[in-house]
Write a protein that binds this ligand. Structure first.
Ligand SMILES: Cc1cc2nc3c(=O)[nH]c(=O)nc-3n(C[C@H](O)[C@H](O)[C@H](O)COP(=O)(O)O)c2cc1C
Length: 237
């Protein structure tokens, strides 16, 4: 079978790990694979907090409700949807484009303009007032033309960012599996306390999941893997 498919099929949510050293090289490859996932408008609206030291791991595991995968992991990755990074990201891309000879002035100006429009569209404004006005305008426009709706309210923005963040999570887990590191994604955590522990801002950050990583314990046996039948999850038109 194709090696990538094999890795996808081999990955399981492992619930008990045994201690293993995850080298800096492996860590870098895993995180690099994560950030190569596709993201909406290439905005990469996320941040990974790699928790590797024993003291920090213990504290974070406790906030993951003391779940076994968290307690036994060699590293924990707290994956955060970050809607406060958008302006810096488009600025970063703009600077990168300016440093490359393959982008013409026209292309750079085009990107600059799109980024400006994006910033307007993606800004909810104080108390969501701007979002409400935009929502009304877009709703009216949508009555007479085919169009997509940008995320407007803060919750829409988090939902938007969570999609791209989740794709990065899957890349991270598949890359880890390919490198011989098992994982367990977890949404069982105390979000409020974990956010506080990491010094996150309620306004801009939302924890999407925590990924426990390590080597599957020799004593742990994967339960049989059940999936809904293909026809229950797919419509072919
Ligand atoms: C978003 C998400 C949240 C999850 N949260 C937890 C969790 O808190 N604790 C846990 O033990 N497993 C958690 N899991 C793992 C699932 O239980 C597991 O993926 C599922 O049962 C299928 O098993 P498999 O991944 O081995 O195929 C989570 C998985 C996902 C995708």
């Amino acid at each position: 079978m194709n090696a990538i498919l094999e890795t996808i099929f081999k990955r399981r949510a492992v619930k008990v790990f045994e201690p293993v050293q995850i080298s800096e090289g492996i860590r870098e490859q895993i995180l690099n694979a994560a950030r190569h996932a596709p993201s909406s408008f290439n905005m990469q609206p996320y941040r990974f907090y790699w928790i590797g030291t024993a003291k920090e791991r213990m504290a974070v595991a406790e906030l993951c409700l003391g779940q076994m995968p968290a307690e036994t992991a060699s590293a924990l990755v707290v994956v955060v949807a970050d809607i406060g990074s958008l302006a810096a990201t488009s600025q970063g891309q703009l600077e990168w484009m300016r440093s490359k000879s393959e982008f013409s002035e026209v292309k750079i100006r085009d990107y600059e303009r799109t980024a400006k429009i994006g910033r307007i569209l993606f800004t909810p404004g104080p108390f969501g007032i701007f979002a409400a006005v935009k929502w009304g305008l877009f709703w009216l426009l949508n009555l007479c033309r085919v169009m997509g709706m940008p995320p407007m309210f803060r919750q829409d923005l988090f939902k938007w960012a969570t999609k791209s963040t989740s794709l990065a999570c899957q890349n991270l887990m598949i890359a880890a599996e390919a490198l011989g590191i098992n994982t367990c994604p977890m949404e069982g955590f105390d979000g409020r306390r974990l956010s506080k522990y990491l010094g996150l801002s309620v306004r801009y950050h939302e924890i999407v999941m925590v990924i426990a990583m390590g080597k599957k314990s020799q004593t742990y046996v994967d339960p049989p893997q059940w999936r809904r039948p293909l026809q229950a999850t797919v419509s072919i038109l």
